[in-house]
Design a protein around this ligand. Structure first.
Ligand SMILES: Cc1cc2nc3c(=O)[nH]c(=O)nc-3n(C[C@H](O)[C@H](O)[C@H](O)COP(=O)(O)OP(=O)(O)OC[C@H]3O[C@@H](n4cnc5c(N)ncnc54)[C@H](O)[C@@H]3O)c2cc1C
Length: 279
């Protein structure tokens, strides 16, 4: 099948993009890497009158290194992060996870903002960025707003994006010197979408300890205080204190009834925590 006919525009700044989206609010679609939008267009799951390609907008293709965080533009690609064109402030977490997304051709074009907005529960960035405590920045007719990554996904394929808005960037906090993280993706073959994801961050300098279970049928499950599942968090090998039963209860409370799936999530998180060694 082929897409319906649509107008195509490639503005050079965010103001221009927002004007175009506002002019066709009901039937305009933003295009970033086109890795998910392309198939949706071809299958006519979306039938826009106007496609606004945002990849020529310098502001969303760059990064901004700030004192305690880095702002990554929405159109920064997975490959930009993998290859270190964006400085790593996460002690290796961002490039390592980028490297496991799909295969190189997809990573060359797929963007961090497109991935977050497409809101596929199996995608990698939601889980890792939620564990890191990252936030998305949206701009639209009512100005700018910033929300936590885990709140941006409302459910499968549904992001908290309002009419006329676009995602302009992702704020990722700089991790402390003693931070340790782990990420485990259960999938059939390397580079595929995940069946279960575990992501973990302990950053004692900032008093942060977060665990995330992802690739559920909806938004990731965030344990904002991982002490609840890890005791006091002082053990050198954190996984020694991992409370699998407590995690299974959290997963069940999130609506995952099947015991086998529950166990897969518990194991994914345990493996992520096992990887979180001091560096
Ligand atoms: C074969 C294949 C394998 C893949 N495997 C994985 C995987 O293992 N892990 C993984 O995480 N991902 C995977 N992906 C997804 C891929 O990495 C992209 O992240 C994803 O397709 C969306 O990014 P994109 O830039 O292509 O967005 P697009 O396809 O351009 O857009 C996706 C959606 O987001 C909207 N959008 C895009 N950018 C913005 C913005 N800035 N503001 C508002 N709305 C916006 C679009 O309107 C559209 O609705 C895979 C994709 C393919 C094709």
């Amino acid at each position: 099948m082929k897409p319906v006919n649509f107008e195509y525009m490639r503005p050079s700044d965010v103001v221009g993009a927002l004007k175009l989206i506002a002019s066709e609010a009901a039937s305009a679609k933003i295009m970033a890497g086109n890795q998910s939008l392309g198939p949706m267009l071809n299958l006519r799951l979306v039938q826009p009158d106007l496609v606004v390609d945002i990849t020529a907008i310098e502001e969303v293709r760059r990064f901004e290194d700030r004192s305690d965080e880095i702002l990554i533009g929405a159109c920064v690609t997975h490959a930009d992060i993998e290859d270190g064109r964006v400085p790593d402030v996460t002690r290796g977490a961002l490039p390592a996870v980028a490297r496991g997304i799909a295969y190189r051709a997809v990573r060359n074009r797929g963007t961090i903002g497109g991935s977050l907005t497409h809101a596929d529960p199996s995608a990698d960035w939601h889980s890792l960025l939620a564990a890191l405590g990252a936030k998305v920045v949206l701009r639209g007719p009512a100005g700018e707003r910033t929300i936590a990554v885990e709140d941006y996904m409302l459910g499968a394929l549904e992001a908290d994006i309002r009419s006329g808005e676009m995602l302009v960037g992702v704020k990722v906090p700089k991790l402390g010197r003693n931070a340790r993280w782990g990420y485990y993706k259960s999938c059939r073959k390397t580079g595929e979408f995940a069946h279960a994801i575990g992501a973990f961050l302990a950053d004692p300098d900032r008093g942060v300890s977060r665990a995330v279970i992802g690739a559920t049928e909806s938004r990731p499950i965030v344990v904002a205080n991982a002490a609840n599942i890890l005791g006091d968090g002082r053990a050198r090998r954190l996984a020694d204190n991992f409370d699998g039963q407590a995690v299974a209860k959290i997963v069940e409370a999130a609506g995952i009834a099947d015991p086998l799936s529950r166990q897969t999530y518990v194991v994914a998180l345990r493996r992520a925590i096992e990887q979180a060694q001091p560096q």
